[in-house]
Ligand binder design. Structure first.
Ligand code: PMV
Length: 325
């Protein structure tokens, strides 16, 4: 029996300029460019083994059989790798997240970045970081930003060949932290794949997409200059623009809970008092409080005291996806 096995680790990322909506759903070509930072404290580790003795792919996530929909998505991605490598063998996939169970932080970005890197290595493919990022994008858009390290820009680009994530600054360029205020641990009602598909039903999506290049440029400049107040303004504007689209799409996606808003308002009050902190929110109710390392202990302490915050998790900026022994 011939087997080929590889293990990879990947970190999720938090978008500072958001990706929402595709210009091509099948290829996951995004409506706009986005910019993120990888989160070092959170990780997915995935082992892929192509085996000649398997009749079907098997997928275990966090020590349980994957649900039918997760399994389908993993198999579709394994199929992309099999086509590239010209192999037919089925695979055994074992994936584990280090995120504490029930935090609502399960991330398709780290999952598909780790799967891409491990599956390509196990299939004997030698792809560059750019090629791995491009391939990861096909499974989950934001996964392409978890392949390179540090602060990553995903250029929307017009076609499959040029749409992937690139590092604009390494992880140690600026020691920012993400203090994640977990206000609800349940799985989100509407996942991002469905969300991207209806983004265009909001009358605000056209305006959001048209105004993103200016915010992206401001965000990139703020990161390169270590200018926290400029970063704070632009990431909050961008997150609110995305949530305005979500709320006004058909059907409406209203991810916020009362505690989401309580944290957002507290962040504004703390910043007005001179504490360096800003919020961003993904397709869910949890609030990511972005701050320089120096403010993070105080931010964490303050966040935990807000009624409705179940727990807080802090992460620094992380490296890209990589193979591990
Ligand atoms: O990659 P997806 O399909 O899970 O979409 C990610 C969407 C957001 O997290 C809301 C924004 C982003 O850019 O990460």
């Amino acid at each position: 029996m011939q087997t080929r096995k590889a293990t990879a680790i990947a970190h999720p990322n938090i978008a500072l300029i958001k990706y929402w909506g595709n210009r091509n759903d099948a290829l996951r070509l995004p409506a706009n460019s986005s910019l993120s930072m990888n989160l070092a404290a959170l990780a997915t580790t995935t082992t892929v083994e192509f085996r000649s003795d398997l009749d079907a792919d098997s997928v275990m996530i966090d020590d349980a059989e994957a649900t039918a929909s997760a399994r389908e998505r993993v198999i579709a991605h394994l199929d992309r790798v099999r086509v590239l490598a010209s192999i037919q063998k089925k695979a055994k996939v074992i994936s584990r997240n280090n995120f504490p169970a029930g935090t609502g932080l399960a991330s398709s970005a780290s999952a598909f970045a780790a799967l891409t890197v491990a599956a390509c290595a196990a299939a004997g493919l030698q792809l560059s970081t750019d090629e791995l990022s491009r391939l990861a994008r096909r499974a989950s858009g934001s996964a392409c930003r978890s392949v390179p390290g540090g602060y990553v820009l995903w250029d929307a680009c017009d076609n499959d060949d040029c749409s992937f994530g690139r590092t604009i600054a390494p992880a140690d360029h600026w020691d920012l932290r993400d203090v994640i205020a977990i206000v609800e641990s349940a799985h989100k009602a509407t996942g991002s794949t469905e969300g991207h598909a209806i983004a265009g039903t909001s009358p605000f999506q056209v305006a959001r997409v048209a105004s993103t290049p200016e915010r992206l440029e401001r965000c990139r400049a703020a990161i390169l200059a270590h200018d926290f107040l400029a970063l704070a303004d632009v990431i909050e504007q961008d997150a609110l623009a995305m949530h305005a689209v979500m709320m006004t799409s058909v059907p409406s996606l209203l991810y916020w809970r009362p505690a989401t808003l309580a944290v957002m308002q507290a962040v504004h009050a703390w910043r007005a008092d001179g504490l360096a902190v800003a919020f961003t929110i993904d397709a869910g109710p949890n609030v990511h409080c972005i701050c320089p390392a120096e403010s993070s202990t105080q931010v964490e302490h303050l966040v935990r005291a807000i009624p409705g915050v179940e727990r807080a998790l802090t992460s620094g900026v992380g490296p890209g996806s990589r193979l591990i022994p």
